[in-house]
Design a protein around this ligand. Structure first.
Ligand code: G4P
Length: 284
């Protein structure tokens, strides 16, 4: 991993802003990329969430592996973590979110009612790493374009509430979590899925990591068929064979950058199948 000096400052600022926002809401909508549930979950925020109820939203579930989605569903169910799989782009399952929030907060709202307090709507906010789909989800929930895409931590503005329905109010700006990647593997996963720019890490290492992952996965045949190579060969041979088949050369040398772009684009555009990079293991 190259220079990560920028990381602590951004992270501290993002966390401070989120801590302020968290005070305003009853429940957090924690957005996770279903292709990389472990890497897109931020461990730091867990302490900051304290006892704040949360709903885990597994976004981009149209891009992840259906079979592993089920493993994750079971994982969350077994750990009593409320969770829903959605596609924010198409809107699939989005309507269920407010029903689930109501359900999670039922006890609290019933208590308030018993005390004679007036019924009120639930206040919530969306939290997640860059590019996980926060703005897309907010716009889909609101039924119109309200969230700023390309939100950056450090940019403060007045809090605005959006009425989703009579039961739910949503902060219009999402909490941007800076991804935590002390672990190289997490960095590679974030870069592969486009959560961080791939110039932050070494692209060649990221692709070699991806080839190793594919070799040991059930997805290897998609890759082998698409590029007419065998993953039983070592990584260098695989890349050289792709160069040969695609005629990706710069003069007499293999044009590795072009191969990396091809593999990355194919992965992100589902040309290599629906790939989930992380299965449930450990605590989330
Ligand atoms: P952010 O606010 O968390 O930074 O993310 P944002 O909503 O800007 O979404 C980042 C990209 O992810 C967008 O694609 C968006 O369309 C896509 N996206 C969000 N949710 C989903 C989902 O559930 N499924 C799929 N397949 N894609 C999703 P983009 O390439 O930046 O823009 P565009 O292709 O929509 O024009």
């Amino acid at each position: 991993m190259q220079n990560v000096q920028w990381f602590p400052g951004h992270m501290a600022k993002a966390i401070r802003e989120i801590e302020e926002k968290i005070k305003l809401v009853d429940i957090i909508l924690e957005l996770i990329d279903a292709r990389i549930p472990l890497s897109s979950f931020n461990p730091v925020i867990k302490d900051k969430l304290k006892n704040k109820p949360r709903l885990v939203i597994m976004n981009k579930s149209d891009m992840s592996d259906e079979a592993i989605n089920i493993e994750w569903k079971n994982y969350f169910a077994n750990n009593n973590i409320p969770c829903i799989f959605v596609n924010s782009k198409s809107g699939e399952n989005i309507k269920k979110i407010s029903v689930m929030c109501k359900d999670i907060l039922k006890e609290k709202l019933d208590k308030e009612k018993a005390k004679g307090l007036k019924p009120r709507s639930i206040r919530t906010m969306v939290l997640g790493i860059p590019n996980v789909g926060k703005s897309t989800l907010i716009n889909k929930l609101a039924g119109k374009s309200v969230a700023n895409t390309g939100n950056t931590p450090g940019v403060t503005k007045a809090q605005q509430w959006i009425r989703i329905n009579k039961d739910l109010d949503l902060l219009d700006t999402p909490g941007v979590l800076w991804p935590k990647f002390e672990d190289l593997k997490v960095g590679y996963n974030l870069a592969l899925t486009g959560a961080i720019k791939d110039n932050v890490i070494r692209r060649d290492d990221m692709i070699l990591y991806f080839l190793d992952f594919l070799r040991n996965s059930s997805y290897s045949s998609f890759f082998e068929e698409r590029y007419e190579v065998s993953l039983t060969d070592d990584n260098l041979t695989v890349l050289e064979n792709i160069a040969k088949n695609k005629v990706f050369y710069k003069g007499e040398f293999v044009d590795y950058e072009r191969i990396y772009d091809l593999i990355l684009n194919d992965f992100r555009n589902l040309k290599l199948g629906h790939i989930t990079l992380e299965r449930p293991s450990g605590e989330i």
